[in-house]
Design a protein around this ligand. Structure first.
Ligand code: NAG
Ligand code: NAG
Ligand code: NAG
Ligand code: NAG
Ligand code: NAG
Length: 606
């Protein structure tokens, strides 16, 4: 299973439109404007099913199936050969080439085969010194030639080597899709050894990975982006460094998509883990630049059908590239009809490819009840809403329309239940299987009446006790307070007496910070969440907050731990008059992290 522990990196190229290097007019938000990927790229890739063992016959039969099963007609265009296609070393002039044992006809012929089917061709490479592969021999990557005995390992030669790698693309002429990953790269991020990026402590000449480079990896992608632009070829560039160093902040200037998280794993728990990391980043997506949630597991028989529907629904509405990772057809396997029908769902593909290019965003989560709501605008004054059932049992769930700021819906389509309804007011209730999702398209809706603004109670007026400490934040961070209370724990609290005009439950905006990124724990139990409890007169509400970080966890002031998120929750226990409000992490010892999220403030609706 080691290959499952393999972080990966993705780049891709597409040939379709004209190519230019213009950045957006807004200097604060530079965007690569190569005219490409105006909707999220769609396709098929060898990795999730075949790992780093692709072959010519595998690619041929799956590409043919992409056409025969009607997937190409729905937009799945690119066929990408992932890790395993290369030889361990470059050829004498520094060019990378394919292993002719597994690709006997060669890549130019493979390119022709795919183009004759009307498909795009992609190959995998990386921005490091070694390919994303376990096993021996290791495969040389794009940055340098560590195996050549007298190679000049200087920076200049490293860059020249990247150009050598570019030569491969030019040789192929029609090659239009390049998919890049990095296997284990820490030192392949590292530029700390000034003259030798091929430095390694390991016997096998290659570096270890620690996910904590001392220099941002962005420079490599800057160089690769420039190299791609200099080819004057239309190339969709997909960046992946697993969300290390918050690529949403810099990758849109360099590429057409970027991986947001560590790898997807073949288990349901990977889905909430990835979504909890995406929460603070959805606003960074838009035409030509997309959040990549990683390749699909739909059809790999590792998820139930409702789980596959959840997976596909969210990847689609968050505007991730939709890259099939299943065996569609080979000599022993073919995809099930049920999974195929998910991948072929025209409505859901339509939400992904919608011309507006708005990624859905996180709206509400009911922590103890185990469900949550995401929503996003679509073209034609429509909206897509997903209600995800996080529990292990089937049930009915109700969407309260005000939770997506809607009063009344003229026409509603419940995709997976196959139901349509008209003139829906106030709420919609639908059936949902364990780990399934109610996916709704709303049209002709009217907006909910504006609610009066909440009253804000700053954490600065709360009293910390026990483990809890007040922390001053860097200028402009921990908004709107400028400080926060950290180390909430089973014995660390922040308290305040708040006067309420009425008793009962109140809707509250909880302002929090959490940047506990599940990178090294992503294979096992990591969720990207932290707990927090809010007790009002000893009535305790637990919330599980997602990440809030919108800046680099490696290099930004506050390391992403001073970016405020807001979690809207109904909190009970209020009495008319004085109320004792205690924010903490009661019961935190039962979790895998006894510290809660950091606390910035409460906005209480009347
Ligand atoms: C490098 O060598 C390969 C294999 O001999 C050859 O096909 C290719 O044209 C060469 N590339 C350059 C740029 O000389
Ligand atoms: C090419 O791939 C085959 C099959 O994986 C492998 O056995 C062989 O060693 C590779 N060739 C080279 C030169 O590495
Ligand atoms: C990018 O390219 C420049 C110019 O060739 C080189 O000096 C620099 O070291 C490269 N940066 C990285 C991170 O590889
Ligand atoms: C729906 O939301 C509104 C506003 O938050 C609230 O007043 C109402 O009680 C909610 N209804 C249901 C059924 O949850
Ligand atoms: C949050 O609390 C729940 C319930 O106790 C627990 O299962 C979960 O592991 C906790 N989360 C963390 C990050 O500790």
């Amino acid at each position: 299973m080691l290959s499952l522990l393999t972080p990966k990196q993705t780049i891709l190229l597409v040939s379709l439109l004209s190519f230019s290097a213009n950045a957006s007019a807004n200097p604060l938000c530079p965007r690569l404007d190569n005219g490409l990927a105006l909707t999220p790229p769609m396709g098929w890739n060898t990795y999730n099913h075949y790992s780093c063992s692709p072959s010519e016959s595998i690619v041929h039969s799956n590409a043919q199936a992409l056409v025969d099963l009607g997937l190409q007609a729905q937009g799945y265009h690119f066929v990408t050969v992932d890790c395993g296609w290369t030889l361990p070393d470059r050829v004498a002039n520094g060019t990378m080439t394919w292993n002719s044992t597994i690709f006997p006809s060669g890549f130019p012929a493979l390119s022709t085969f795919l183009h004759n089917l009307g498909l795009g061709f992609g190959v995998y490479s990386d921005a490091g010194i070694q390919m994303c592969m376990t096993g021996t021999p290791a495969q040389v990557g794009s940055l340098c030639m560590p195996r050549a005995p007298n190679s000049d390992k200087s920076q200049a030669n490293r860059w020249q080597s990247t150009n050598s790698w570019m030569r491969l693309l030019l040789l192929l002429g029609e090659l239009i899709f390049l998919n890049v990953r990095i296997l284990f790269l820490s030192a392949s991020f590292e530029l700390t050894v000034p003259d030798d990026n091929c430095y390694s402590e390991a016997a096998a000449d290659y570096p270890n990975t620690d996910y904590s480079p001392t220099v941002s990896p962005s420079g490599r992608y800057q160089n690769m982006s420039s190299a791609l632009l200099s080819t004057k070829r239309p190339i969709v560039f997909q960046i992946c460094e697993w969300g290390v160093d918050f690529p949403s902040a810099w990758a849109p200037a360099l590429g057409n998509s970027w991986r947001v998280t560590n790898d997807i794993i073949p288990a349901y728990r990977t889905i909430p883990r990835i979504l909890n990391q995406v929460v603070p980043q959805t606003s960074f997506a838009g035409p030509g630049h997309w959040l990549d949630l990683d390749m699909l597991e739909v059809g790999n028989n590792v998820l139930t059908i409702p789980e596959e529907q959840t997976h596909f629904s969210f990847w689609a509405i968050l505007k991730s590239p939709l890259v099939i990772g299943a065996a569609l057809k080979d000599t022993t396997t073919s995809i099930s009809t049920e999974s195929l029908n998910i991948l072929l769902n025209k409505d859901v593909i339509g939400y992904n490819q919608d011309s507006l290019g708005v990624a859905a965003s996180f709206r509400r989560r009911w922590t103890e009840e185990g469900y949550e709501v995401w929503a996003g605008d679509l073209s034609g004054s429509r909206m897509v809403v997903a209600v995800a059932n996080l529990q292990d049992t089937a049930r009915s769930l109700t969407l309260n329309l005000t939770d997506v700021d809607v009063q009344k819906v003229g026409s509603l389509k419940d995709i997976w239940n196959g139901v349509t309804a008209s003139n829906v007011a106030t709420a919609y209730t639908g059936h949902v299987e364990a780990h399934g999702t109610i996916l709704l398209e709303l049209s002709s809706f009217t907006a909910a009446a504006a609610v009066s603004a909440p009253t804000f109670y700053s954490s600065a007026s709360f009293t910390p006790a026990g483990d809890a400490v007040r922390t001053t934040c860097s200028t402009g961070l921990c908004t709107p307070v400028g400080s926060k209370i950290s180390y909430l724990s089973p014995t660390g609290t922040a308290s305040l007496s708040i006067t309420a005009a009425s008793a009962g439950s109140k809707l509250v905006d909880v302002y929090f910070c959490n940047n506990d990124i599940a990178l090294s724990t992503s294979w096992l139990y990591g969720t990207n969440t932290r707990n927090m409890t809010i007790a009002v007169n000893n009535v305790v509400t637990r919330i599980e907050v997602p990440l809030s970080g919108k800046s680099s966890e490696l290099f930004s002031p506050g390391l992403g731990w001073q970016d405020t998120g807001i979690f809207k929750v109904l909190i009970g226990g209020w009495q008319e008059g004085a109320n004792t409000v205690v924010v903490g992490n009661q019961g935190g010892a039962a979790g895998y992290q006894s510290y809660g999220a950091d606390f910035v403030g409460l906005g209480i609706y009347s």
